[in-house]
Design a protein around this ligand. Structure first.
Ligand code: FMN
Length: 417
């Protein structure tokens, strides 16, 4: 618990008991292969014909990546990475860039993150007044210490008053423009401090059109396996649609999650890193077709090259920024391929499109997609070392005046606290 000598301004909890979640696909061998019922999901004025979501990922789901995923995938929701409300209100150029959409994006889904209800409301007002998006998701799932130690992301639903107030204020602003609001949550802070059922009810009462549950706690971070049974629990408890999230690595996982939990749709994060065609496989699976795309190295390089071009547009022609952004994607695209360390290093040192082209042209395009990485976990997979929270955060379910002062007092743009 809190150590006043070492860390006077925050509460930390360590997570020694959170490591034993079993993979729901392997610990229940008698899963019945019932037919999967998939229907369009309505989010107020928006209909999502195929309830598949590209889950927001900071540093990943900017419009170039979303466009690639959407081109392969069904008519789902492809959500932008989280935008800090404060940065949007301050009109930070980087935040504004993240709010951009490509003309071909069918639904412009934007995710906001914030702790201060007044600031999040101001950000929502900007989104509405400047016609920036068609759908607003609110981030209450982020487990990153720099976010939770300020009471944000997955720490926030613990404070039911703050959680409800943010939702209420954003829904009010967005409802007036017929823009649906959804919330993305985790199971809780840890298993002693679960919040998802209460958070789901609050989200429903405050007018959210759907909830997405990443079925891990903050303490679990990205380790172990998302506990899909919690998605089923939430689905049974709510009337609004529930999107299940966590550990969908292949199309069969998406079907299995819907079958096992009864959720209305699925949200996919890490599984599509370096594999935007996963959305084609999911579309095929949802339409009952057996085809699965697993492109060879030449086809993967075509995607890398296209991605490079789109990122160059995203960065207004700045190739260096584009290629720097692309580097992590290249590592994911090449995962499992027999590409040597020196070639990988050369990709990581690329500074221009010409550099990327040169390295692509050195690869053997006929190499088949590596069997051993098909539909297997990728990206972040570790547990939290500690959960960092504001000092005394777990002592009460509502915020005190002092807590609000501490959380928002240094906020120069905020008049209300
Ligand atoms: C690199 C990375 C960035 C992420 N950024 C966000 C974010 O901006 N907003 C959010 O709600 N979730 C974010 N997430 C969480 C994902 O949306 C998703 O909930 C999580 O990865 C679990 O789904 P998965 O098992 O399909 O990856 C991020 C995850 C990763 C790996």
């Amino acid at each position: 618990m809190h150590d006043p000598v070492m860390e006077p301004m925050e509460t930390t909890i360590s997570a020694p008991h959170e490591t034993e979640i079993l993979d729901p696909r392997t610990d229940s061998p008698s899963v019945p292969a019932d037919p999967v019922h998939i229907s369009p999901v309505r989010l107020g004025p928006i209909t999502v014909p195929t309830p598949v979501v590209l889950s927001p990922m900071a540093g990943v789901t900017n419009w170039p990546f979303r466009v690639l995923c959407e081109e392969y995938g069904p008519e789902g929701l492809y959500v932008a990475e989280m935008i800090t409300a404060r940065a949007l209100v301050a009109r930070n150029p980087k935040a504004l860039r993240l709010c951009r959409f490509a003309p071909q994006e069918r639904v412009r889904s934007l995710q906001l993150y914030g702790v201060n209800p007044s600031i999040v409301e101001q950000a929502a007002r900007i989104v509405v007044d400047e016609h920036m998006a068609d759908h607003v998701d609110l981030n209450f799932g982020c487990p990153v210490p720099k976010v939770t130690r300020r009471g944000g992301g997955s720490a926030l639903p613990w404070k039911t008053d703050l959680f409800a107030e943010i939702l209420r204020r954003v829904v009010k602003v967005c409802d007036a423009a017929d823009i649906p609001v959804t919330a993305k949550i985790r199971v809780g802070i840890d298993h002693e401090h679960e919040t998802f059922l209460e958070a789901g009810h609050i989200a429903q009462e405050e007018g959210c059109r759907a909830v997405t549950l990443h079925a891990r706690t903050t303490a679990e971070y990205y380790g172990g396996h998302s506990d899909w049974s919690r998605i089923g629990e939430l689905k049974s408890a709510l009337d609004i649609p529930v999107f299940g999230n966590g550990d969908i690595w292949g199309a069969e996982d998406a079907l299995a999650m819907i079958r096992q939990t009864g959720c209305d749709g699925v949200a996919i994060g890490r599984g599509c890193q370096g594999r935007p065609w996963l959305f084609a496989n999911i579309r095929n699976a949802f339409e009952g077709r057996p085809e699965r795309l697993n492109p060879n190295l030449g086809e993967v390089c075509d995607v890398i090259w296209r991605h490079a071009g789109l990122l160059t547009q995203f960065y207004d022609g700045d190739e260096r920024m584009a290629v720097h952004d692309l580097r992590k994607h290249i590592a994911w695209y090449l995962k499992g391929f027999p590409v040597g360390g020196s070639t990988r290093k050369a990709f990581m040192e690329c500074e221009s499109l010409a550099d990327v082209r040169r390295e692509i042209d050195r690869l053997d395009p006929t190499v088949e997609y590596p069997e051993r990485v098909i539909d297997k976990p990728r990206g972040r997979v570790r547990f939290a070392k500690k959960v960092h929270l504001p000092y005394g955060w777990l002592d009460s379910r509502v915020t005190t005046h002092e807590e609000r002062e501490t959380l928002f007092g240094d906020d120069p743009m905020d008049a209300s606290y």
